[in-house]
Design a protein around this ligand. Structure first.
Ligand SMILES: CC(C)(COP(=O)(O)OP(=O)(O)OC[C@H]1O[C@@H](n2cnc3c(N)ncnc32)[C@H](O)[C@@H]1OP(=O)(O)O)[C@@H](O)C(=O)NCCC(=O)NCCS
Length: 182
């Protein structure tokens, strides 16, 4: 069993026009450290972590868990996407029993502004909708995080509510697969 019930993890690598969504490998370690140490990436996600601490803490193959995709451009990691179960204790839910699938994304600043995050997230949502067709996906982001807010809208997330958490206003939205009618 995984965080996604009977769905096998990892799925076969998912290819998009420019990218591959795949499981992590040892060669991704430096990119993982870069993501967590980057002040730009950390602006709205709790701040960067010290590089020396990361060098000690990050395992040889980082991020090996159900729901985490490495995003690969021409053989190199440029970011990651996560689908996790949302903690019932946190504000923001769309199901009475909580535990919704929640989308997260972090890309290296050099890869921003090219539409890679949108392309990769759309593919991850598509995979999820194929695996668990009846389940919605939620997303939470600071309203001040302009890039993330634009991405959420582009992917088709719609606002459920806003609330304060971690000393900032949060936007909480939901996405459901479009089911063809007729
Ligand atoms: C949030 C984040 C993933 C957004 O990345 P992004 O590159 O801005 O997002 P997109 O993939 O949607 O790219 C959009 C931009 O690419 C541009 N673009 C260029 N070529 C494009 C193409 N071929 N197709 C689509 N868009 C393209 C778009 O015009 C848009 O530019 P703009 O933002 O200046 O209007 C990134 O800023 C990030 O990793 N932030 C740090 C982590 C974080 O805050 N995560 C959210 C936690 S909730």
């Amino acid at each position: 069993m995984t965080a996604f019930g009977p769905v096998a993890w990892p799925p076969a690598p998912i290819r998009t026009e420019r990218l591959v969504l795949r499981e992590p490998e040892a060669r991704d370690r430096a990119a993982f450290i870069e993501l967590f140490a980057s002040p730009e990436v950390g602006t709205y996600t709790g701040g960067p972590r010290p590089r020396d601490e990361l060098e000690r803490a990050v395992p040889e193959v980082p991020g090996q868990r159900p729901g985490l995709f490495v995003i690969d451009l021409d053989g190199a990691m440029i970011g990651m996407i996560t689908l996790d179960r949302r903690d019932a204790e946190r504000p923001g839910h769309v199901r009475p029993d909580a535990g919704e699938a929640e989308l997260g994304y972090m890309f290296l600043p050099e890869a921003w502004g090219c539409g890679y995050a949108a392309e990769a997230c759309a593919a991850a949502l598509d995979w999820f909708a194929g695996a668990l067709p009846t389940e919605p996906v939620v997303l939470c982001t600071q309203t001040a995080n302009d890039r993330s807010m634009r991405l959420a809208a582009k992917l088709g997330f719609t606002e459920v509510q806003r609330f304060e958490e971690y000393g900032a206003e949060q936007w909480f939205g939901v996405w459901s697969p479009v089911t063809p009618s007729g």
